[in-house]
Design a protein around this ligand. Structure first.
Ligand code: UDP
Ligand code: MG
Length: 335
């Protein structure tokens, strides 16, 4: 059903932003559900899909939907940049008075948009959807996710809401702030929380993935966690000065003990074992410390390089004078 809405960009009320990577099996159903919710809300909306270097038919499928419904717009990135960056790209292109990032695999129920919008209309700037339960996820995944939230809440001064993904509603004011943030390591959950403003959460039961497989294996999740912690906490860096102080104190007392013992008992047989233990222990600690400094230094290096966050290969459904071009991206405009 072709819907021709010659939208005035200024009038878009809600922009839905969907990062998509190899999701051809989910797209039809995703749009079906999104459209039915958005139509019933009688909102002037747009759906911005960011194709994050998919290898399957995702892009063709998205374009097909764009031709059926002009409110569906597509940004296709030049390669796979990862979900956080795809989301950033989508937010950059969104024009709505509110922006709602949502996963393409229907783990975030589109029907919840109704409640998000209702709270937004009550005057909240950020309405986040917190998972009451996680279905279809293994015990290990739930356990690691919980531990991660616990650690990051302890370490970071910004309260990062637990069990909350990227599914939320952001008012334009918040979106503008996030767009100004220049950092390359984009831990979106953290950035969304960092801005503050009037926030509220609503609860929902997280559904299992509709079709297809998750792209997050444990190694990727681990790296994601390290990104999150290093972008929002300096505790791992600072802790080593305290460790140093404690170890030096211990070493001092041990030295005193050795001197006194030598004075009293004379020179005893050499302590090979204790020497080895101390050397190995300190060597290990030093390597860990260096590694952690390396993690931060690497990120500083990433920031300093100032490369563009993402490259757009093609766009479908945007006006030519869209702000994206002023940013000096290489864009091949279509439609
Ligand atoms: N995604 C993406 N780029 C990637 C990996 C994932 O844009 O490199 C998208 C994916 O298409 C989906 C969302 O990010 O819309 C969440 O991915 P997934 O369901 O695999 O993650 P999980 O729900 O298991 O955390
Ligand atoms: Mg998912």
């Amino acid at each position: 059903m072709p819907i021709l809405n010659s939208q005035n960009l200024k009038n878009i009320e809600v922009s839905i932003v969907v990062p998509v990577h190899n999701e051809e099996v989910n797209i039809d159903y995703l749009f079906e559900r999104l459209e039915s919710v958005l139509h019933s809300l009688k909102l002037n909306y747009e759906i911005i899909c960011v194709d994050d270097g998919s290898k399957d038919n995702t892009l063709a499928c998205l374009i097909k939907h764009h031709y059926q419904n002009s409110a569906i717009k597509v940004v296709s990135l030049s390669r796979n940049f990862g979900k956080e960056i795809a989301l950033t790209a989508g937010i950059d292109y969104a024009n709505g008075a509110a922006v709602v990032p949502i996963d393409a695999d229907l783990q975030d129920p589109p029907e919840l948009i109704r409640e998000l919008v209702a709270k937004w209309r009550e005057g909240y700037d950020v309405v986040y959807a917190t998972r009451r339960s996680r279905q279809g996820e293994s015990w290990l995944k739930r356990f690691t996710a919980n531990s991660f939230y616990r650690v990051i809440c302890r370490m970071s001064r910004v309260p990062i809401p637990r069990n909350t993904g990227d599914f939320r509603l952001l008012d334009r004011r918040v979106v503008e702030v996030i767009k100004q943030m220049p950092e390359r390591t984009r831990f979106m959950k953290g950035l969304f929380a960092w801005v503050g403003f009037k926030q509220i959460s609503i609860f929902y039961d997280r559904a299992p993935r509709y079709k297809g497989k998750t792209k997050w294996n444990y190694w990727r999740l681990w790296n994601f966690a390290v990104d999150g912690i290093t972008s929002f906490s300096l505790v791992p860096l600072k802790i080593w000065s305290y460790m140093g102080v404690v170890l030096s104190l211990l070493a001092f007392f041990y030295a005193a003990f050795l001197i006194i013992r030598t004075l009293i008992l004379g020179i005893v047989v050499p302590g090979y074992a204790s020497l080895m233990v101390v050397t190995l222990f300190l060597g290990g600690i030093q390597l860990i410390t260096l590694g952690i400094i390396g993690e931060y230094l690497g990120r500083v290096y990433e920031e300093v390089k100032q490369r563009p966050l993402y490259l757009v290969r093609n766009r479908y459904g945007f006006n030519l004078n869209h702000q994206g071009i002023e940013k000096g991206e290489f864009v091949n405009q279509e439609a």
